[in-house]
Ligand binder design. Structure first.
Ligand code: NAP
Length: 250
């Protein structure tokens, strides 16, 4: 699916693979100039080589304090403004609550929530100027996942709340803020779970909770992110759209 982003600029965090890569590719296909953010410089460069609208590669680690300043100064230096911010990067460290470490909680909340909020803040003025749009990628985990995901679920619940709060705070500036909450999506994020529980078993058993009966694809999430980021969603703000094959309907 392609929406019209002709002449627009966008930042996508976590663009080196999976859902973020799909979002970056779709924004570029719609005409946007996209800044690709993640740690893996080689992967970002190889994706950027496929894009047609003069992309920007920003290899940074969002767990570092100065990452937000580095991203905003690079983007504003190159683009001179911003229309679309997609906060998609996340870490998920499965740990039973009885064994969770403070370090894992800190990293998860810092990367998934704190830095997403700081990026919104850092780009506030340019987004006010363009009457732009923010899309946060959260998770169905925010509203009641299975166990061992406490820090991750809390970070995504926080991001849902932030989405609604910012939507209200910035509506008068013309900035829309929405979220997409994916369910089961076939990406590398599942690698550690496949390793722990066996890939075949996870693929077969987890899908039992999905009424549509299959895993989603990164492109199916990117379709909805790009809709929300586009002018076609001009009257949509403060919404959390679940894209989960009906999983949270059960
Ligand atoms: P993924 O394949 O693991 O990709 C995660 C992305 O985040 C990568 O590009 C990774 O890049 C980046 N990232 C992680 N830590 C980072 C850091 N410290 N600094 C900068 N970038 C970092 O996961 P995905 O499935 O595409 O997930 C994308 C989003 O969808 C996440 O917000 C996730 O919570 C959400 N989600 C996914 C699912 C699912 O089933 N897959 C379900 C619900 C929600 P580098 O490693 O190169 O830094």
């Amino acid at each position: 699916m392609s929406f019209d982003f002709t002449g627009k600029t966008a930042v996508v965090t976590g663009a080196s693979r999976g859902i973020g890569e799909a979002i970056a590719r779709q924004l570029d296909a719609g005409g946007a100039r996209v800044a690709l953010v993640a740690r893996s410089a080689d992967r970002l460069s190889s994706i950027a080589a496929d894009l047609i609208h003069d992309p920007l590669v920003i290899a940074v680690d969002l767990s570092e304090h100065d990452a937000v300043d580095r991203i905003s100064s690079t983007v504003l230096g190159a683009f001179g403004g911003l229309d679309v911010l997609v906060n998609n990067a996340a870490v998920e460290r499965n740990q039973p609550a009885s064994k969770v470490t403070g370090e894992a909680i800190d990293e998860t909340l810092f990367v998934n929530l704190r830095q997403a909020f700081m990026l919104c803040s850092a780009f506030a003025k340019p987004l006010f100027a363009s009457e732009g749009s923010i899309v946060n990628v959260t998770s169905t985990a925010a509203t009641g996942a299975g166990g061992t995901q406490g820090a991750y679920a809390a970070s995504k619940g926080g991001l849902n709340t932030l989405t609604k709060n910012l939507a209200n705070e910035w509506a008068s500036k013309g900035v829309r803020v929405n979220a997409v909450a994916p369910g089961l999506v076939d990406t590398e994020m599942w690698g550690p779970t496949f390793e722990m529980l066996g890939e075949d078993a996870v693929r077969k058993n987890f899908v039992k909770s999905v009424p549509l009966g299959r895993w989603g694809t990164a492109d199916e999430i990117a379709d909805v992110v790009c809709f929300l980021a586009s002018d076609k969603a001009a009257y949509v703000t403060g919404q959390i759209i679940r894209v989960d094959g009906g999983m949270t309907n059960l």
